[in-house]
Design a protein around this ligand. Structure first.
Ligand SMILES: Nc1nc2c(ncn2[C@@H]2O[C@H](COP(=O)(O)OP(=O)(O)OP(=O)(O)O)[C@@H](O)[C@H]2O)c(=O)[nH]1
Ligand SMILES: [Mg+2]
Length: 451
């Protein structure tokens, strides 16, 4: 049942000062009155002290603070109680059990937010942003989620939608008076409005690759010849000694993956086996794995020692680099021991993990390489962060293009307008105007309990 009372612990279980419990649904206040002594829903949104008592055994569970949020002015849009109890393993669980004994059902993951969406308190993009904010592991992810929670992307879609409806209104005259050659609306005006809508959609879509990368972390693969200093750099970027470093070429055999935050952006860093012809079976397998990662990389960090030189090396290196699909950042390693007299291109990145020289500049270049477009648009422009968003926008763009083709071919206005309807429909799906259950299930599948 949609509005049956649900209860959940909204904070993680474990040793903590406080825990937050949420209760929402029909008759939530009557139910709370069976557990909280004393209990007054008024004044609303005000914290009041109450004893938490098990309704059937009468056992005292805790002395807590309760605040009531009468619907529709609550997170879920229903009557909602928030209870701050003491933390730890025993008290919060006993408090939840008391509410269950009083008639509440333990909430499913994301069920509070799902109700917020169904009651029109949040759109689907905001619900997704709520999950993204909770899951954020890097500051840039949190900023992006907050922007979306604030309806940043939703506003842009509202605007796009209004533009499409306006375009439809512009050609309405052609629909009503198809025989007239030139209606009161000049063809150029329709063309202009169409171009504006198409460009706006296309620009939003262009943010998708980096937007999705922002949610998942950019796959940054460190490559180079054996002993080039890859593992040392991997550790330095991570800030911990994760990979084994020795002076023996061929130390790293397997790929090692770890999460890192560079310049506030999320990365999946991969250290790989040094690339060379090898007779060692294990090393060969490691090189094979490295090649697979390189094929999937969003960005490659190629390490080489200053003295690596030699015509043949450079030829082979350049051939290797041009084969890569991903953009490459080349860095010279071990500059604390490098020959300072050798001439180098002035824009060459140079680092030492011993002195730390060049590391800040390298991190900046990596963030730019993987998230340059996001850095350029800043935090105010909306960005598309999920495959679901991209698919809907691609559908809308295809329909907007089809509308134009139909007009060019002289298809009658009513038929051309069906493409605009379909484009508006795609945007409605995206924002969650009418959301089928299976879409909701997918969106909320990864939520945590209590949110
Ligand atoms: N002086 C100095 N030595 C370094 C620096 N970076 C790495 N080294 C040394 O270079 C050697 C090889 O470093 P690794 O990080 O293991 O190199 P790798 O590219 O991972 O090597 P493989 O795993 O064998 O392919 C080790 O002896 C490191 O201590 C540096 O910045 N300065
Ligand atoms: Mg290594």
């Amino acid at each position: 049942m949609l509005s049956d009372p649900i209860v959940a612990l909204a904070t993680p279980p474990g040793r903590s000062g406080l825990a937050l419990i949420r209760l929402s649904g029909r008759a939530a206040f009557e139910l709370a009155a069976r557990v909280l002594r004393p209990f007054h829903p008024d004044p609303a949104r005000t914290a009041r002290r109450a004893h938490v008592v098990h309704p059937t055994t009468g056992e005292l569970v805790d002395s807590a603070l309760a605040a009531c949020f009468p619907g529709p002015r609550s997170y879920t849009g229903e009557d909602l109680v928030e209870l701050s109890t003491h933390g730890g393993l025993v008290v919060p669980a006993a408090a939840v059990a008391a509410f269950v004994a009083a008639g509440a059902r333990p909430a499913a993951p994301g069920e509070f937010t799902r109700r917020a969406v169904l009651n029109g308190k949040l759109d689907l993009l905001q619900a997704e942003a709520t999950a993204d904010l909770i899951d954020a592991g890097a500051p840039a992810q949190a900023r992006r989620a907050l922007h979306q929670l604030d309806r940043g992307l939703s506003h842009r879609l509202d605007h796009l939608r209004a533009g499409l409806l306006e375009l439809e209104a512009l050609i309405a005259y052609d629909i009503d008076f198809p025989e007239e050659d030139e209606g009161p609306v000049a063809a150029e005006r329709v063309e202009r409005a169409w171009r504006a809508a198409r460009d706006s959609l296309a620009r939003l879509l262009e943010t998708a690759p980096e937007g999705e990368r922002l949610r998942e972390g950019a796959l940054l693969v460190i490559a180079g010849r054996p002993n080039a200093g890859k593992s040392s750099l991997f550790n330095a970027l991570l800030g911990t000694e994760r990979a084994i470093v020795t002076e023996v070429p061929g130390t790293t055999r397997d790929a090692i993956e770890a999460h890192a935050v560079l310049e506030g952006f999320p990365f999946r860093l991969v250290d790989t086996a040094g690339l060379r012809e090898s007779d060692d079976r294990v090393e060969r397998l490691g090189i094979e794995v490295a090649r697979k990662y390189l094929a999937a990389a969003d960005l490659v960090l190629f390490c080489e020692e200053g003295a690596a030189g030699g015509e043949r090396y450079l030829r082979e290196r350049d051939r290797f680099l041009t084969q890569l699909a991903a953009p490459v950042v080349v860095v010279e390693t071990k500059i604390d021991v490098a020959d300072r007299l050798t001439a180098r291109p002035p824009d060459r990145l140079r680092v030492s993990v011993v002195t730390g020289e060049g590391l800040a500049e390298l991190k900046h270049r990596l963030a730019e390489g993987a998230f340059g477009r996001l850095l350029a648009v800043g935090d105010v422009e909306p960005v598309v962060t999920r495959a679901r968003h991209r698919a809907a926008l691609e559908r809308a763009l295809a329909e907007v293009e089809a509308f134009h083709v139909a007009r060019e071919r002289g298809v009658d206005a009513a038929a051309a307008a069906t493409h605009l309807h379909a484009a508006v429909g795609a945007l409605d799906d995206l924002i969650g105007a009418v959301t089928p259950d299976d879409v909701l299930n997918r969106v909320f599948a990864t939520f945590c309990v209590g949110k």
